[in-house]
Ligand binder design. Structure first.
Ligand code: C2E
Ligand code: MG
Ligand code: MG
Ligand code: MG
Length: 290
Protein backbone atom coordinates (compact mmCIF):
# COMPACT_ATOMS: atom_id res chain seq x y z
CA UNK A 1 0.00 0.00 0.00
CA UNK A 2 2.75 2.43 0.97
CA UNK A 3 4.70 1.42 -2.11
CA UNK A 4 1.66 2.05 -4.27
CA UNK A 5 1.23 5.56 -2.83
CA UNK A 6 4.89 6.33 -3.26
CA UNK A 7 4.68 5.41 -6.86
CA UNK A 8 1.57 7.49 -7.46
CA UNK A 9 3.20 10.48 -5.80
CA UNK A 10 5.92 10.45 -8.42
CA UNK A 11 3.59 9.78 -11.27
CA UNK A 12 3.86 13.32 -12.55
CA UNK A 13 7.64 13.14 -12.56
CA UNK A 14 8.61 10.25 -14.73
CA UNK A 15 6.53 7.16 -14.58
CA UNK A 16 8.79 5.05 -16.75
CA UNK A 17 11.94 6.00 -14.88
CA UNK A 18 10.52 5.28 -11.39
CA UNK A 19 9.08 2.02 -12.62
CA UNK A 20 12.30 0.81 -14.12
CA UNK A 21 14.37 1.84 -11.09
CA UNK A 22 12.10 -0.03 -8.68
CA UNK A 23 11.97 -2.92 -11.10
CA UNK A 24 15.75 -3.06 -11.13
CA UNK A 25 15.86 -2.98 -7.35
CA UNK A 26 13.42 -5.87 -7.11
CA UNK A 27 15.34 -7.79 -9.76
CA UNK A 28 18.59 -7.15 -7.92
CA UNK A 29 17.17 -8.53 -4.68
CA UNK A 30 15.70 -11.54 -6.42
CA UNK A 31 19.04 -12.10 -8.14
CA UNK A 32 20.78 -12.10 -4.76
CA UNK A 33 18.28 -14.67 -3.54
CA UNK A 34 19.11 -16.87 -6.53
CA UNK A 35 22.84 -16.47 -5.88
CA UNK A 36 22.46 -17.41 -2.21
CA UNK A 37 20.21 -20.39 -2.90
CA UNK A 38 21.71 -21.78 -6.13
CA UNK A 39 18.60 -20.71 -7.99
CA UNK A 40 20.14 -20.95 -11.45
CA UNK A 41 20.27 -23.69 -14.05
CA UNK A 42 22.76 -24.29 -16.79
CA UNK A 43 21.50 -25.34 -20.22
CA UNK A 44 23.62 -26.67 -23.05
CA UNK A 45 23.17 -25.99 -26.74
CA UNK A 46 24.85 -28.49 -29.09
CA UNK A 47 27.36 -27.31 -31.68
CA UNK A 48 27.38 -29.55 -34.74
CA UNK A 49 30.28 -30.12 -37.15
CA UNK A 50 30.19 -30.70 -40.92
CA UNK A 51 29.76 -34.45 -40.42
CA UNK A 52 26.65 -33.94 -38.30
CA UNK A 53 28.47 -34.93 -35.12
CA UNK A 54 28.77 -33.02 -31.88
CA UNK A 55 31.66 -30.61 -31.77
CA UNK A 56 30.81 -29.30 -28.31
CA UNK A 57 28.12 -27.46 -26.40
CA UNK A 58 27.62 -23.86 -25.33
CA UNK A 59 26.69 -23.40 -21.68
CA UNK A 60 23.83 -20.90 -21.34
CA UNK A 61 22.62 -19.57 -18.01
CA UNK A 62 18.96 -19.94 -17.11
CA UNK A 63 17.18 -18.22 -14.23
CA UNK A 64 13.83 -19.76 -13.39
CA UNK A 65 12.29 -16.97 -11.32
CA UNK A 66 9.89 -18.31 -8.66
CA UNK A 67 7.04 -16.01 -9.82
CA UNK A 68 8.02 -14.63 -13.20
CA UNK A 69 9.21 -17.79 -14.95
CA UNK A 70 12.46 -17.87 -16.93
CA UNK A 71 14.03 -14.44 -17.15
CA UNK A 72 16.28 -14.17 -20.23
CA UNK A 73 20.02 -13.56 -19.65
CA UNK A 74 19.83 -10.41 -21.76
CA UNK A 75 17.64 -8.92 -19.00
CA UNK A 76 19.59 -9.86 -15.90
CA UNK A 77 23.23 -10.26 -16.98
CA UNK A 78 23.77 -6.55 -17.73
CA UNK A 79 22.26 -5.77 -14.31
CA UNK A 80 24.46 -8.37 -12.60
CA UNK A 81 27.44 -6.88 -14.42
CA UNK A 82 26.56 -3.42 -13.06
CA UNK A 83 26.08 -4.60 -9.46
CA UNK A 84 29.05 -6.99 -9.40
CA UNK A 85 26.70 -9.92 -8.80
CA UNK A 86 28.06 -11.34 -12.04
CA UNK A 87 31.15 -12.54 -10.14
CA UNK A 88 29.49 -15.19 -7.94
CA UNK A 89 27.17 -16.08 -10.84
CA UNK A 90 30.13 -16.58 -13.18
CA UNK A 91 31.91 -18.77 -10.68
CA UNK A 92 28.81 -20.90 -10.33
CA UNK A 93 28.51 -21.23 -14.13
CA UNK A 94 32.13 -22.22 -14.59
CA UNK A 95 32.07 -24.82 -11.83
CA UNK A 96 28.71 -26.23 -12.95
CA UNK A 97 29.86 -26.53 -16.58
CA UNK A 98 33.12 -28.27 -15.65
CA UNK A 99 31.35 -30.62 -13.24
CA UNK A 100 28.65 -31.49 -15.76
CA UNK A 101 31.21 -32.27 -18.50
CA UNK A 102 33.12 -34.44 -16.02
CA UNK A 103 29.85 -36.21 -15.18
CA UNK A 104 29.21 -36.91 -18.88
CA UNK A 105 32.67 -38.42 -19.20
CA UNK A 106 32.23 -40.51 -16.04
CA UNK A 107 28.91 -41.85 -17.31
CA UNK A 108 30.33 -42.89 -20.66
CA UNK A 109 29.03 -40.09 -22.87
CA UNK A 110 32.55 -39.21 -23.98
CA UNK A 111 34.64 -36.07 -23.75
CA UNK A 112 32.30 -33.17 -24.47
CA UNK A 113 33.73 -29.67 -24.76
CA UNK A 114 31.75 -26.90 -23.06
CA UNK A 115 32.00 -23.29 -24.19
CA UNK A 116 31.41 -20.85 -21.34
CA UNK A 117 30.57 -17.17 -21.88
CA UNK A 118 32.79 -14.76 -19.98
CA UNK A 119 31.72 -11.44 -18.56
CA UNK A 120 34.04 -8.44 -18.92
CA UNK A 121 34.31 -8.04 -15.15
CA UNK A 122 35.27 -11.68 -14.76
CA UNK A 123 37.88 -11.59 -17.52
CA UNK A 124 39.57 -8.46 -16.21
CA UNK A 125 39.73 -9.56 -12.56
CA UNK A 126 43.25 -10.11 -11.30
CA UNK A 127 42.39 -13.54 -9.91
CA UNK A 128 40.64 -14.76 -13.08
CA UNK A 129 43.35 -17.19 -14.19
CA UNK A 130 43.89 -18.54 -10.68
CA UNK A 131 40.16 -19.17 -10.24
CA UNK A 132 40.04 -20.92 -13.59
CA UNK A 133 43.00 -23.15 -12.69
CA UNK A 134 41.44 -23.95 -9.32
CA UNK A 135 38.11 -24.87 -10.92
CA UNK A 136 39.76 -27.20 -13.44
CA UNK A 137 41.80 -28.83 -10.66
CA UNK A 138 38.79 -29.20 -8.36
CA UNK A 139 36.56 -30.74 -11.04
CA UNK A 140 39.28 -32.74 -12.79
CA UNK A 141 38.15 -31.56 -16.22
CA UNK A 142 40.95 -31.46 -18.84
CA UNK A 143 41.55 -27.87 -19.98
CA UNK A 144 40.92 -28.86 -23.61
CA UNK A 145 37.32 -29.65 -22.70
CA UNK A 146 36.63 -26.09 -21.73
CA UNK A 147 36.34 -23.25 -24.21
CA UNK A 148 35.91 -19.60 -23.29
CA UNK A 149 33.74 -17.24 -25.33
CA UNK A 150 34.46 -13.57 -25.15
CA UNK A 151 33.20 -10.63 -27.13
CA UNK A 152 35.29 -8.16 -29.06
CA UNK A 153 34.38 -5.51 -26.50
CA UNK A 154 36.21 -7.37 -23.73
CA UNK A 155 39.43 -7.20 -25.75
CA UNK A 156 39.06 -3.51 -26.51
CA UNK A 157 38.65 -2.52 -22.84
CA UNK A 158 42.25 -3.00 -21.80
CA UNK A 159 43.90 -4.43 -24.81
CA UNK A 160 47.40 -5.14 -23.54
CA UNK A 161 46.29 -6.87 -20.36
CA UNK A 162 43.66 -8.75 -22.35
CA UNK A 163 46.26 -10.06 -24.79
CA UNK A 164 48.44 -11.21 -21.87
CA UNK A 165 45.49 -13.10 -20.47
CA UNK A 166 44.82 -14.72 -23.86
CA UNK A 167 48.43 -15.90 -24.02
CA UNK A 168 48.13 -17.32 -20.52
CA UNK A 169 44.97 -19.18 -21.56
CA UNK A 170 46.77 -20.59 -24.57
CA UNK A 171 49.58 -21.87 -22.38
CA UNK A 172 46.92 -23.50 -20.19
CA UNK A 173 45.55 -25.18 -23.38
CA UNK A 174 42.15 -23.54 -23.01
CA UNK A 175 40.70 -22.60 -26.41
CA UNK A 176 39.16 -19.16 -26.82
CA UNK A 177 36.38 -18.09 -29.19
CA UNK A 178 35.41 -14.56 -30.17
CA UNK A 179 31.63 -14.41 -29.73
CA UNK A 180 29.13 -12.30 -31.68
CA UNK A 181 31.82 -11.63 -34.26
CA UNK A 182 31.11 -8.78 -36.65
CA UNK A 183 29.03 -6.69 -34.27
CA UNK A 184 31.95 -4.83 -32.65
CA UNK A 185 34.22 -2.18 -34.07
CA UNK A 186 37.12 -4.39 -34.84
CA UNK A 187 38.11 -5.85 -38.16
CA UNK A 188 39.43 -9.28 -38.96
CA UNK A 189 42.95 -7.91 -39.20
CA UNK A 190 43.29 -7.60 -35.43
CA UNK A 191 42.66 -11.32 -35.07
CA UNK A 192 45.96 -11.96 -36.81
CA UNK A 193 47.95 -11.37 -33.66
CA UNK A 194 45.62 -12.90 -31.12
CA UNK A 195 46.04 -16.40 -29.69
CA UNK A 196 42.46 -17.52 -30.28
CA UNK A 197 41.05 -20.59 -31.98
CA UNK A 198 37.54 -19.75 -33.14
CA UNK A 199 35.26 -16.96 -34.33
CA UNK A 200 31.52 -17.18 -33.91
CA UNK A 201 29.67 -15.21 -36.55
CA UNK A 202 26.86 -13.24 -34.96
CA UNK A 203 23.31 -14.39 -35.49
CA UNK A 204 22.35 -11.09 -37.13
CA UNK A 205 24.40 -12.03 -40.24
CA UNK A 206 22.84 -15.47 -40.45
CA UNK A 207 19.24 -14.37 -40.03
CA UNK A 208 18.54 -13.34 -43.62
CA UNK A 209 21.16 -15.52 -45.18
CA UNK A 210 19.54 -17.26 -48.09
CA UNK A 211 18.12 -13.93 -49.33
CA UNK A 212 20.43 -11.12 -48.34
CA UNK A 213 23.33 -10.65 -50.75
CA UNK A 214 25.08 -8.30 -48.33
CA UNK A 215 25.01 -10.78 -45.48
CA UNK A 216 26.13 -13.57 -47.80
CA UNK A 217 29.15 -11.51 -48.81
CA UNK A 218 29.99 -10.65 -45.19
CA UNK A 219 29.68 -14.25 -44.02
CA UNK A 220 31.77 -15.58 -46.90
CA UNK A 221 34.38 -12.91 -46.23
CA UNK A 222 34.59 -13.75 -42.53
CA UNK A 223 34.85 -17.48 -43.21
CA UNK A 224 37.54 -17.25 -45.85
CA UNK A 225 39.67 -14.79 -43.88
CA UNK A 226 39.25 -16.75 -40.64
CA UNK A 227 40.34 -19.93 -42.42
CA UNK A 228 43.29 -18.07 -43.87
CA UNK A 229 44.31 -17.23 -40.29
CA UNK A 230 43.87 -20.85 -39.24
CA UNK A 231 40.74 -20.24 -37.18
CA UNK A 232 37.59 -22.31 -36.87
CA UNK A 233 34.29 -20.68 -37.73
CA UNK A 234 31.02 -21.22 -35.90
CA UNK A 235 27.76 -19.82 -37.28
CA UNK A 236 25.13 -19.14 -34.61
CA UNK A 237 21.38 -18.72 -34.98
CA UNK A 238 20.76 -21.31 -37.69
CA UNK A 239 17.01 -21.83 -37.83
CA UNK A 240 16.29 -23.19 -41.32
CA UNK A 241 17.66 -25.84 -43.70
CA UNK A 242 18.53 -23.26 -46.41
CA UNK A 243 20.68 -21.36 -43.90
CA UNK A 244 22.49 -24.55 -42.95
CA UNK A 245 22.90 -25.54 -46.59
CA UNK A 246 24.31 -22.17 -47.58
CA UNK A 247 26.76 -22.18 -44.67
CA UNK A 248 27.90 -25.68 -45.66
CA UNK A 249 28.61 -24.33 -49.16
CA UNK A 250 30.59 -21.47 -47.63
CA UNK A 251 32.74 -24.05 -45.82
CA UNK A 252 31.63 -23.03 -42.34
CA UNK A 253 33.05 -25.51 -39.80
CA UNK A 254 30.52 -25.61 -36.97
CA UNK A 255 26.80 -24.93 -36.75
CA UNK A 256 24.61 -23.78 -33.87
CA UNK A 257 20.96 -22.84 -33.83
CA UNK A 258 17.42 -23.69 -32.80
CA UNK A 259 16.96 -25.46 -36.16
CA UNK A 260 19.64 -28.00 -35.18
CA UNK A 261 19.18 -28.20 -31.42
CA UNK A 262 17.90 -25.90 -28.73
CA UNK A 263 19.59 -25.23 -25.40
CA UNK A 264 18.65 -28.04 -22.99
CA UNK A 265 19.33 -29.21 -19.43
CA UNK A 266 21.96 -31.88 -18.81
CA UNK A 267 19.46 -34.76 -18.69
CA UNK A 268 18.08 -33.90 -22.11
CA UNK A 269 21.63 -33.50 -23.43
CA UNK A 270 22.34 -37.09 -22.45
CA UNK A 271 19.40 -38.27 -24.56
CA UNK A 272 20.52 -36.03 -27.39
CA UNK A 273 24.01 -37.55 -27.28
CA UNK A 274 22.59 -41.06 -27.36
CA UNK A 275 20.47 -40.17 -30.39
CA UNK A 276 23.42 -38.62 -32.24
CA UNK A 277 25.38 -41.87 -32.08
CA UNK A 278 22.80 -43.48 -34.30
CA UNK A 279 21.70 -40.56 -36.47
CA UNK A 280 24.11 -37.71 -37.09
CA UNK A 281 22.44 -34.37 -37.78
CA UNK A 282 22.37 -33.82 -41.53
CA UNK A 283 20.34 -31.54 -43.75
CA UNK A 284 17.80 -34.29 -44.35
CA UNK A 285 17.36 -35.52 -40.79
CA UNK A 286 17.14 -33.24 -37.84
CA UNK A 287 16.92 -29.71 -39.19
CA UNK A 288 13.32 -28.67 -38.72
CA UNK A 289 11.33 -27.09 -41.54
CA UNK A 290 11.39 -23.30 -41.97
P1 C2E B 1 25.47 -15.71 -26.86
O1 C2E B 1 26.68 -16.12 -26.11
O2 C2E B 1 25.67 -15.14 -28.22
O3 C2E B 1 24.56 -17.01 -26.90
C1 C2E B 1 23.77 -17.40 -27.97
C2 C2E B 1 22.35 -16.97 -27.76
O4 C2E B 1 21.61 -17.23 -28.95
C3 C2E B 1 21.62 -17.75 -26.66
O5 C2E B 1 20.67 -16.87 -26.07
C4 C2E B 1 20.90 -18.82 -27.46
O6 C2E B 1 19.77 -19.36 -26.78
C5 C2E B 1 20.50 -18.04 -28.67
N1 C2E B 1 20.26 -18.85 -29.85
C6 C2E B 1 20.88 -19.99 -30.23
N2 C2E B 1 20.39 -20.44 -31.41
C7 C2E B 1 19.44 -19.56 -31.79
C8 C2E B 1 18.55 -19.49 -32.93
O7 C2E B 1 18.56 -20.32 -33.82
N3 C2E B 1 17.71 -18.42 -32.98
C9 C2E B 1 17.66 -17.48 -31.98
N4 C2E B 1 16.77 -16.49 -32.10
N5 C2E B 1 18.49 -17.52 -30.91
C10 C2E B 1 19.36 -18.54 -30.81
P2 C2E B 1 20.50 -16.73 -24.49
O8 C2E B 1 20.68 -18.06 -23.85
O9 C2E B 1 19.24 -15.96 -24.25
O10 C2E B 1 21.74 -15.86 -24.06
C11 C2E B 1 21.88 -14.55 -24.48
C12 C2E B 1 23.24 -14.00 -24.14
O11 C2E B 1 23.42 -13.94 -22.72
C13 C2E B 1 24.38 -14.88 -24.64
O12 C2E B 1 24.60 -14.65 -26.01
C14 C2E B 1 25.50 -14.41 -23.74
O13 C2E B 1 26.04 -13.20 -24.22
C15 C2E B 1 24.76 -14.14 -22.43
N6 C2E B 1 24.95 -15.29 -21.54
C16 C2E B 1 24.26 -16.47 -21.49
N7 C2E B 1 24.74 -17.27 -20.52
C17 C2E B 1 25.77 -16.60 -19.94
C18 C2E B 1 26.68 -16.90 -18.87
O14 C2E B 1 26.68 -17.97 -18.26
N8 C2E B 1 27.60 -15.93 -18.54
C19 C2E B 1 27.65 -14.73 -19.21
N9 C2E B 1 28.59 -13.83 -18.82
N10 C2E B 1 26.84 -14.43 -20.23
C20 C2E B 1 25.90 -15.35 -20.59
MG1 MG C 1 28.24 -17.25 -26.51
MG1 MG D 1 27.12 -15.67 -29.55
MG1 MG E 1 24.98 -13.56 -29.98
Amino acid sequence: QAKQQGRNAYHWFNHTLTDSVSERMVLRNDLQEAIDNEGFELYYQPLINREGQLSGVEALLRWPHPEKGFIPPARFIPLAEATGQIMPISEWVLTRACRDMQTLADQGYGAVKAAVNLSPLQFHRANFLATLRATLDATGLPAEQLELELTEGILLDNTEAAIDTLHALRSMHIPVAIDDFGTGFSSLSYLKNLPISTVKIDRSFIKELPHSGDDAAIVQGIISMAHHLGLNVVAEGIETPPQHERLMEYQCDIFQGFGLAKPMPLDKLKHFLQGLEHTPITLETKVSSP
